[in-house]
Design a binder for this molecule. Structure first.
Ligand code: SIN
Length: 535
């Protein structure tokens, strides 16, 4: 082995990546590198509000109930074994995080406070700083990783996976000084998050440009469930981008949704896809561009949700008196790089965890507050698999859709096996970056806005064949233009690559299921309880 080669290169610095890096560097003394395009704490994780769903206190709750709620939200596409791993191992990872120094909110007796969110039968969400959970989780993990020997590369933008002899060997990356270098490693773990920035209305930060999913698609690594983009129902309807999130825990605490006539129109505790759809339909019916969250009846708003109270105050809103204008915003990429239950992708040496991946835990619609949990469970699992000498994927979790069935028909065995429909994504030329090409920042910005607007109008909460075909034309055009050498252009190329897969999968899925609603195919079709896999 090359002495300069790392044992593990982690791309991304959110909960999945840093949990893995700490485990690898501290417990297993691996030579670890963490490479991120921003600064270490600048990951989507720090934007997460609600908390971490985990059954820590036993009765009357149980991991079986958490599993059942997750499966119900996932609308028939969750992998049961993957969810079992999530709910069973999650509580241990939360305890580890607490031992590492993360401070979660406790009641006056020192017991962890539990919140309830949509789709959860019982309160089981631990939270920090009221609704600043992601920031606290990120703080604790950044401190933990900085205390290890891991080599940190900040402001380094991963361009492509290095694939040699059918194995991932590292990445090429564009560094802040404009030079491109190889960072070589025996194993690469992608934890680069989702692609919410495909949309003009999103809760995701500017950095959420689908970089890992796009690199995987270009390298022919299997990607699935990418049509399931989750829209959060209560993003504050103001011009700011990203949209300020009003955590789902507010509804768990008793806040109500009302239309512009003051009428309630949906069960506020239903899963997100149901609530977002109901909102859009009501907005269309009444010709409005938002509905309202009514938190006027909540006790102790400022104490329980201090960060949201502050943000509202700055916008001149008083939740004790004002109805808060809200609308759905792109929030979470439910699909991603197909993995088995230990995080192995279809390319040996390449692993994925967190929002960039699809292990099968979310199905067609992620249950609230299962995302931080997924990162802290599946990041370390990949490290354990590497430590155990695992070299490639096995037919477990979502990987069963690639390796376990022949793709000829639905195959849903006792373990909840879900078959796959294999799809090839036709390349759009020129697909390769041209390091001598230049586009002005304004030109790239216009391209990004055009793509975001198109996706929001045509591939959002509601879609149909016409809208998706119209989106395809724009996405293909923008993808062909995105060949420049700047980070902004590379991000644009990644956004367009993921958008192209999203639209193609959404066209192929001729049914409505979870976060994917086709106006021209309104029913859920049992024979389509299968994954669409790009490979
Ligand atoms: C929220 O607090 O509503 C968001 C948490 C999540 O995305 O699960």
């Amino acid at each position: 082995m090359n002495p300069t080669e790392l044992d593990l290169l982690v791309l991304g610095s959110g909960v999945a990546g840093l949990s893995a890096a700490v485990r690898a560097a501290e417990t297993h003394k691996m030579r670890v590198g963490v490479l991120t395009k921003g600064e270490l704490p600048q990951a989507t994780t720090r934007w997460a509000q609600g908390g971490v769903a985990a059954v820590l206190h036993g009765d009357p709750d149980s991991t079986d109930l958490h599993l059942a709620d997750t499966l119900a939200a996932g609308a028939g596409l969750c992998d049961v074994e993957a969810v079992r791993v999530l709910v069973d191992e999650g509580p241990h990872r939360v305890e580890e995080l607490i031992a590492m120094g993360a401070i979660f909110d406790r009641d006056m007796h020192g017991k962890l406070e539990l919140a309830r969110e949509g789709g959860h039968t019982l309160p089981r969400i631990v939270h920090a700083g009221g609704s600043a959970t992601g920031a606290e989780v990120e703080r604790a993990l950044v401190e933990a990783v900085q205390a290890t020997m891991a080599v940190i590369h900040e402001h380094a933008f991963a361009l492509e996976l290095i694939v040699e002899s059918q194995r991932c060997r590292g990445v090429t990356a564009l560094f802040a000084d404009g030079t491109v270098h190889e960072v070589r490693a025996t194993n690469v773990l992608l934890t680069t998050g989702g692609a919410g920035q495909m949309y003009s209305v999103t809760t995701n930060p500017f950095e959420a440009t689908g970089d890992g999913i796009a690199m995987a698609l270009r390298a022919g690594v299997a990607v699935t469930d990418i049509e399931f983009i989750q829209f959060h129902p209560t993003a504050l309807s103001v011009e700011t981008m990203p949209r300020p999130l009003l955590t789902e825990a507010l509804r768990g605490h008793g806040a109500l949704l009302r239309d512009s006539t003051g009428e309630r129109f949906v069960d506020e505790m239903a899963p997100r896809d149901v609530v977002s759809r109901a909102e859009i339909r009501r907005m269309v019916e009444l010709g409005d561009n938002h509905v309202y969250l009514d938190a006027t009846g909540l006790d102790g708003f400022n104490e329980r949700f201090p960060n949201i109270a502050k943000e509202l105050r700055e916008l001149g809103l008083d939740p004790g008196k004002d109805l808060l204008p809200v609308a759905p915003a792109a929030h979470y990429t439910c699909g991603g790089i197909v993995t088995d239950l230990r995080g192995a992708s279809s390319l040996p040496g390449l692993w994925a965890a967190g929002e960039v991946s699809c292990s099968g835990v979310h199905g067609a619609n992620r249950l609230a507050s299962n995302s931080l949990l997924e990162g802290m469970v599946f990041g370390p699992k990949a490290v354990e698999a590497i430590e155990d000498g695992v070299s490639g994927p096995e037919a477990s979790g979502a990987m069963r859709s690639v390796l376990g069935v022949d793709g000829d028909g639905p195959d849903r065995g006792a373990g909840g096996v879900i078959g796959g429909m294999m799809t090839h994504l036709e390349p759009v030329e020129p697909a390769d970056i041209d390091l001598s090409a230049q586009r002005t920042p304004d030109a790239v910005g216009d391209s990004r806005s055009h793509l975001q607007h198109t996706m929001t109008m045509n591939a959002g909460v509601l879609r149909d064949r016409d809208s998706l075909e119209a989106a395809t034309k724009v996405v293909d055009k923008e993808l062909a233009l995105a060949v420049g050498n700047s980070v902004a252009d590379c991000e644009m190329r990644n956004l367009a690559t993921v958008a192209r897969a999203t639209v193609a999968a959404a066209l192929k899925r001729e049914e409505s299921r979870g976060a994917h609603t086709r106006e021209d195919f309104t029913e859920t079709r049992e024979e389509l309880a299968r994954r669409i896999v790009f490979i």
